[in-house]
Design a protein around this ligand. Structure first.
Ligand SMILES: Cc1cc2nc3c(=O)[nH]c(=O)nc-3n(C[C@H](O)[C@H](O)[C@H](O)COP(=O)(O)OP(=O)(O)OC[C@H]3O[C@@H](n4cnc5c(N)ncnc54)[C@H](O)[C@@H]3O)c2cc1C
Length: 293
């Protein structure tokens, strides 16, 4: 198939783009939905690290088949006419087995979120993934992960999937107990329920985190996921505290007042401007600076 950016080259090596069926979508009182997607194509998934990320393509109406984009040069997507165009959202695999055909994730039913309520088992979503798996450098002995409620799935995935020998310290907002399927068992590490500041993010500073966990910065990696403002602030504190930027993964999950589509449009303008200035936008530390504004 050809598209506006050239011939359709398919997803990058190791990634899969496919239609998937919703095999389970269970909402419980905790506010999370446990979602399981199934596709024979998932057998080809090659995760590159812990808590791998994927995107779903949500069709305009439940029951419809999601249209998948054609991918051209540099994997730029080319979409069909607006009316059929799906909505794209990012999630994190909580569980999957290499060679298996199911991917499980936790989706927070936050206020303003729109798609979870309308969809049910049997409906289809498009899928492209994985990317962004975390592989801490070899000398890392501690991983500290701080996130808002929508990061609970990613943080459980980190605790389950990051290599043995690393103590994982989770800092989540204080709130109702997480359901069992979102548990984050780990032989070593700590789990802290913190009061929240703005945007549902734990109100905790870098100095307090190092004191609480006893994690020496020279042997520590930091993972952050949540609203862009508190993620930016805690990353800045960790940098001032001497943490190497290459050891920080700081992901702006959402931006208050903007849908992800609006936020993505803002980010693409920033990326284009940075590329025009000759900045290496493929450098993860540079990308974090761009995305965190
Ligand atoms: C790499 C990555 C991985 C992610 N993994 C997960 C995951 O595993 N599970 C998960 O639940 N989310 C995850 N997210 C976050 C999720 O993609 C966003 O929350 C997304 O915006 C939800 O889409 P929506 O259609 O429900 O809301 P949108 O249409 O994007 O937004 C509607 C309104 O809700 C607000 N909003 C958006 N997200 C949140 C939120 N999380 N909390 C409170 N208000 C919000 C917006 O500012 C807007 O006002 C991830 C995001 C990224 C970038």
């Amino acid at each position: 198939m050809a598209n506006a950016t050239g011939p359709d080259i398919g997803p990058p090596p190791g990634m899969v783009m496919a239609q998937a069926a919703i095999a389970a979508l269970d909402r419980d009182r905790s506010g999370y939905a446990r979602v399981v997607l199934e596709s024979p194509a998932f057998a080809e998934l090659a995760p590159g690290g812990a808590a791998p990320v994927f995107k779903v393509f949500i069709p305009p109406r439940p029951g419809e088949a999601p249209v998948l984009p054609a991918l051209g040069e540099k994997y730029l997507p080319s979409w069909p006419p607006q009316a059929e165009r799906p909505t794209v959202r990012s999630y994190t695999a909580l569980d999957f087995s290499p060679g298996g055909t199911a991917v499980e994730f936790a989706a927070l039913g936050h206020r303003g979120g729109w798609w979870l309520d309308g969809f049910s088992p049997g409906d289809r979503l498009g899928f492209i993934g994985f990317k962004h798996g975390l592989v801490p450098p070899g000398d890392v002995e501690h991983l500290v992960a701080v996130g808002d409620p929508s990061a609970a799935g990613a943080m459980a995935a980190l605790a389950r999937q990051v290599r043995a020998g690393i103590a994982v310290h989770l800092v989540l907002p204080r709130g109702p107990a997480l359901p069992d399927w979102l548990a984050a068992p780990r032989a070593s590490g700590t789990s802290t329920a913190a009061d929240t500041g703005g945007y549902g993010f734990p109100r905790i500073g870098w100095a307090e985190i190092t004191e609480l966990t006893g994690a020496p910065p020279a042997r520590t990696a930091l993972w952050l996921g949540g609203e862009v403002r508190p993620v930016r602030e805690l990353r800045a504190q960790a940098l001032r505290g001497g943490l190497d930027p290459a050891r920080i993964t700081a992901i702006p999950y959402w931006s208050s007042g903007l849908s992800r589509d609006e936020f993505d449009r803002e980010l693409s303008v920033r990326y284009r401007r940075a590329a025009d200035r000759g900045v290496d936008i493929m450098d993860p530390a540079v990308a974090a600076e761009i995305e965190l504004g």
